[in-house]
Design a protein around this ligand. Structure first.
Ligand SMILES: NC(=O)c1ccc[n+]([C@@H]2O[C@H](COP(=O)([O-])OP(=O)(O)OC[C@H]3O[C@@H](n4cnc5c(N)ncnc54)[C@H](OP(=O)(O)O)[C@@H]3O)[C@@H](O)[C@H]2O)c1
Length: 252
């Protein structure tokens, strides 16, 4: 796909670390301009200076997706800087595993807002821009295997929010076609600091056990999620719409 994304403008939310960083990297390597965000300040992505033209094509600005005004200001700033918006990767989110009754009701509310309301707001704001462009746009929501209809004990509000994100994907794809495609990746294990701390509990024995459950016998790397996003937003993925794709090595 080298060159296919030249001139395209991509937003990746939650790209100060982890999966988002891998996705941002792949789009930058494919020639796109990439605007990423997180709640904390960060210098431009660490890999940008190793990609030809990367420093000029990459920005990282603060935007908390729990606040629609911040999303509105962020997207406005991206369009002012780069002139358009072709792709939104709704990646920011996550939650620690907890005993459902031992955390406060506010924890559950905040988890649902950060994993469902925020991405929905980002999609709505991106749509407002994309619909004005002849070529429309493409949105990818990053969900989780915790959204499975089989349930997700200890990740109850997170699983419910991500299941909502899968449903939102289908609804928006049906409403916003043909100009805007909306798809979703339901991730299994992807190696990030968050994953090591909360899922593998920094314990090699747990990692070993988890890997044994995956038919491919390994975990994914953040850049591999980036590759799947590139496919969904490329010409090769043009007929894929409204899909929630398991990206889990065959685990589900
Ligand atoms: N890693 C896995 O195995 C796995 C599995 C299933 C699903 N996922 C999903 O993949 C996505 C990324 O996971 P990850 O492992 O990369 O997590 P992570 O390492 O914790 O990274 C999350 C990113 O989102 C940002 N973020 C969080 N809340 C935000 C907000 N309100 N506004 C803007 N940015 C926000 C964080 O930066 P700040 O803290 O600075 O805001 C960070 O950049 C999440 O949606 C997660 O649910 C991951």
């Amino acid at each position: 796909m080298a060159g296919e994304f030249e001139g395209k403008v991509v937003i990746v939310t939650g790209a100060s670390r982890g999966v988002g960083l891998g996705i941002a990297r792949r789009f930058l390597e494919a020639g796109a301009s990439v605007a990423s965000c997180s709640r904390k300040e960060m210098l431009p992505p660490p890999f940008a200076d190793r990609i030809p033209g990367g420093v000029e094509r990459a920005v990282h600005w603060v935007c908390d997706q729990r606040d629609f005004d911040q999303i509105d200001a962020f997207v406005t700033r991206v369009v002012e800087r780069f002139g358009r918006l072709d792709v939104l990767i709704n990646n920011a989110g996550g939650a620690p595993t907890t005993s459902t009754t031992e955390v406060s009701p506010r924890f559950h509310k905040a988890t649902i807002e950060n994993n469902l309301t925020g991405p929905m707001w980002f999609a709505l704001r991106a749509h407002r821009q994309m619909v004005t462009q002849e070529s429309g746009g493409s949105i990818v929501n990053i969900s989780s295997q915790a959204s499975s209809p089989a349930g997700s004990p200890t990740l109850v509000s997170y699983g419910a929010a991500k299941a909502g994100l899968n449903h939102l994907t289908k609804s928006l794809a049906k409403e916003w076609g043909p100009k805007i495609r909306v798809n979703c990746l339901s991730l299994g294990h992807v190696v990030t600091e968050m994953w090591r701390e909360y899922i593998a509990r920094s314990d090699p024995a747990i990692e070993h056990k988890l890997a044994a459950q995956v038919p491919l016998r390994r975990f994914a790397q953040p850049e591999e999620v980036g590759d799947a996003c590139l496919f969904l937003c490329s010409r090769s993925g043009e007929y894929v719409n409204g899909a929630t794709i398991a990206f889990d090595g065959g685990l589900a």
